[in-house]
Design a protein around this ligand. Structure first.
Ligand SMILES: Cc1ncc(COP(=O)(O)O)c(C=O)c1O
Length: 298
C-alpha cells in the first residue's frame, strides 16, 4: 500500500483491459462498468485516481478482516516460500493445522474438514455426501436463497438465476420465514416462525420424508436480502430433521466465520443445547479465507 501512487492513465488501461477480455459472473456484460480498484488496506480501498472508498459491503461479503491484513499476508508469503501446492492424497502440515483449528471452533462433535475450491464446490460436495449417506435423493432449500453457480448448487438456489440452469434433479424449494413479505399472512415474527415450520413440515410430508436427504439452508440468508430467521426457526428445522432422519446442511459461505458475532451463524441463532448435534454440516468459505485465496470447507 505504501508504494501506491495514483495513476489515472493506468486506471483507464485497467478498465479497457477488463472490458476487452474479462467475462464477469451473473452480469449482462454490455451493461456493467467495473470500477478499477488499485489497492486496499483495512476497511478501505482506492481507485487509480487515488479516491478512497470505505468498503461497507466487504467486497462481496468476504473481507471480514479487511484488505491486506499483515499477519495473513505474511503467512501466505511464508507458505509460498515453503510449498506452493500439494496433492489431495498427501498429508500437509498447514492443511492439518487449519482443519484442527476449524474443528475446535465448531463443536466437540465435529471431527473432520473437507477442503474444496470454493463455496459452490462445497455445496456440491455436501449434497453428494448427504445423498450417499442417506440413500435418499431430494434436497430441500429456500426460494429466497443463493448456493452457488455449479449444477446442483444453482438448482438448489431459489433466486431466478436458477431458471435457465435447472439441470440437476431432486431439488425442491420452500418458503422460509420472512415477515416483511410473509408467504403465510402472519402478523408477527412468532406467527411467521410457527407457520413457516408448518409449511416446511407439509412440504416434507407431501414430498415423502424417505426421499429427502437434506435440508440445505443459509443460516442467515445473504444474497436474497440478509434475512435473519426468527427466534425458534432453526430449532424447528433441527427438530424436523431429527423427526424425519433428514440431514441439515448449514450454508455459511456468507454468514460464517464471525459475520454474526460468533464463528458460526448457526451458533448465534440456535439454542445452545442443540449445538452438539452431529447432523449439522457447516459450509463456510468466503469468510474463512477472507477471500485472500481459494478455499472452502464442509
Ligand atoms: C450462501 C452462499 N453459498 C454459496 C455461495 C457460492 O460461493 P462461491 O461463489 O465461492 O462458489 C455463495 C456466494 O455468494 C453464497 O452466498
Amino acid at each position: 500500500m505504501s508504494e501506491f501512487l495514483p495513476n489515472p492513465a493506468r486506471g483507464k488501461e485497467v478498465f479497457d483491459l477488463d472490458r476487452a477480455h474479462v467475462f464477469h459472473s451473473w452480469s449482462a456484460q454490455a451493461q456493467i462498468s467495473p470500477l478499477p480498484v488499485a489497492t486496499g488496506k483495512g476497511s478501505y480501498f482506492w481507485d487509480f485516481d487515488g479516491k478512497k472508498y470505505l468498503d461497507f459491503s466487504c467486497q462481496l461479503v468476504f473481507t471480514n478482516i479487511g484488505f491486506q491484513h499483515p499477519v495473513v499476508v505474511d503467512a501466505i508469503k511464508k507458505q509460498a516460500d515453503l510449498l506452493t501446492t500439494v496433492a489431495p492424497q498427501v498429508a500437509n502440515e498447514a492443511r492439518g493445522e487449519a482443519a484442527k483449528r476449524i474443528v475446535e471452533l465448531a463443536s466437540p462433535h465435529h471431527q473432520k474438514v473437507f477442503f474444496t475450491n470454493g463455496g459452490a464446490d462445497g455445496v456440491e460436495n455436501a449434497i453428494r455426501m448427504a445423498r450417499l449417506h442417506t440413500n435418499r435423493h431430494k434436497i430441500l432449500s429456500f426460494y429466497r436463497s443463493y448456493h452457488g453457480n455449479t449444477t446442483s448448487a444453482i438448482s438448489a438456489t431459489g433466486d431466478p438465476r436458477r431458471w435457465p440452469n435447472e439441470l440437476a434433479y431432486g431439488h425442491v424449494h420452500f418458503f422460509g420465514p420472512y415477515s416483511y413479505r410473509s408467504a403465510f399472512w402472519s402478523k408477527n415474527e412468532e406467527e411467521e416462525c410457527k407457520r413457516a415450520l408448518e409449511h416446511l413440515e407439509s412440504v416434507i410430508t407431501f414430498e415423502g420424508p424417505n426421499t429427502i436427504a437434506a435440508i440445505l439452508i443459509e443460516s442467515v440468508v445473504g444474497t436474497a436480502g440478509v434475512l435473519i430467521p426468527p427466534q425458534g426457526y432453526l430449532e424447528g428445522v433441527r427438530a424436523l430433521c431429527d423427526k424425519y432422519g433428514i440431514l441439515w446442511i448449514a450454508d455459511e459461505v456468507m454468514s460464517g466465520f464471525g459475520r454474526t458475532g460468533k464463528w458460526f451463524a448457526y451458533k448465534q441463532l440456535l439454542a445452545a443445547e442443540l449445538l452438539g448435534v452431529r447432523k449439522i454440516k457447516a459450509l463456510m468459505q468466503r469468510s474463512l479465507r477472507w477471500n485472500y485465496y481459494e478455499l472452502s470447507t464442509r
